[in-house]
Design a protein around this ligand. Structure first.
Ligand code: PSU
Ligand code: MN
Length: 285
């Protein structure tokens, strides 16, 4: 690798945030990566072509276009073969970034085990277990069953580290009651663990759980009210599968009068900044 690259995903642009916040946030994340000494590569699929680094115009296109597929690793080949426009989730972004030798990736919150439904577990966890990559997130999305998601991460041998915290962060809120077993305090420590993992031939990601900045966090009790309402609505409207996460995130934004949206934007930028620092350190090792 000639430079310190950071991969960014496009599902958050096409399906995770409303216009124009989606476009502005995608651009702001790229800027955060640059400010911290690394080069951003926002990954997406345009007309069946895999792009490792979409342009501003393509970011705008995915921010506004209708019929953009949401692809996990399982659907990448479908989008390419059938020449679709597609936004990549955490799993697909990891898979495509790794093929290009990119080792650091920033997202908001990974997918995991949904609550309120019989069975819905994200492809993200499987990809995290297979692909060597440092994935910076603000924990798992607060709409999920966090306890079960943490257990799944354990089962799938994903190395989970808390960045300057010993409590697992909950996306919109800084802390949950669940502990993280490993706390790291610097980008250097994260890079060192990653290098050691590679040297030992142990596959899989390091999930860095980076709490949302204090000034943007939403109190836990308040957040839980919105989440309960949103999940009840999703159940009564029979919303499931790939539409579930976008529906819930959108409803939280409406129910909280934009507060969860503001929090989501803040944590995405915060994660991009840390990923920029980590990639720079990794490159300099
Ligand atoms: N982080 C955000 N917003 C998002 C996502 C992450 O702040 O919309 C996306 C990621 O692409 C992740 C996906 O892979 O949500 C999870 O979708 P599902 O629950 O359907 O697996
Ligand atoms: Mn799912």
């Amino acid at each position: 690798m000639d430079k310190a690259y950071v991969a960014l995903e496009s599902t958050v642009i096409a399906h995770g945030l409303p216009w124009p916040a989606n476009f502005e946030t995608a651009v702001a994340m790229e800027e955060e990566v640059k400010k911290n000494g690394s080069v951003p590569r926002t990954i997406g699929i345009i007309g069946g072509e895999i792009k490792i680094g979409i342009t501003r115009d393509e970011i705008k296109y995915l921010s506004t276009a209708k019929n953009v597929m949401k692809v996990g690793t399982a659907e990448i080949a479908v989008a390419v073969a059938l020449k679709k426009d597609a936004a990549t989730t955490v799993s697909a972004t990891m898979k495509l970034a790794a093929r290009e030798g990119i080792e650091v990736f920033a997202t908001g919150g990974i997918g995991g085990v949904h609550k309120g439904v019989e069975w819905d577990v994200s492809q993200d966890i499987v990809e995290l277990s297979k692909t060597n990559m440092i994935v910076v997130s603000a924990g798992v999305k607060s709409i999920l069953d966090v306890e079960k998601t943490l257990e799944f991460l354990e089962t799938f041998q994903v190395t989970v580290v808390g960045y300057r915290t010993d409590r697992f962060p909950l996306f919109h809120t800084r802390f949950s009651k669940f502990p993280v077993n490993i706390t790291v305090n610097t980008p250097e420590e994260i890079a060192a663990i990653f290098e050691e993992k590679k040297r030992l031939g142990i596959e899989g990601a390091i999930l860095v759980a980076n709490p949302i900045p204090t000034e943007y966090e939403i109190p836990h009790y308040e957040l839980m009210k919105y989440i309960e309402t949103a999940i009840t609505e999703a159940t009564s409207k029979n919303i499931s599968g790939k539409s579930l996460t976008p529906f819930l995130l959108n409803r939280l934004g409406e129910l909280s009068d934009g507060k969860t949206l503001e929090a989501n934007i803040a944590l995405l930028k915060n994660n991009a900044a840390l990923a920029g620092q980590i990639a720079k350190v990794l490159k300099e090792l």
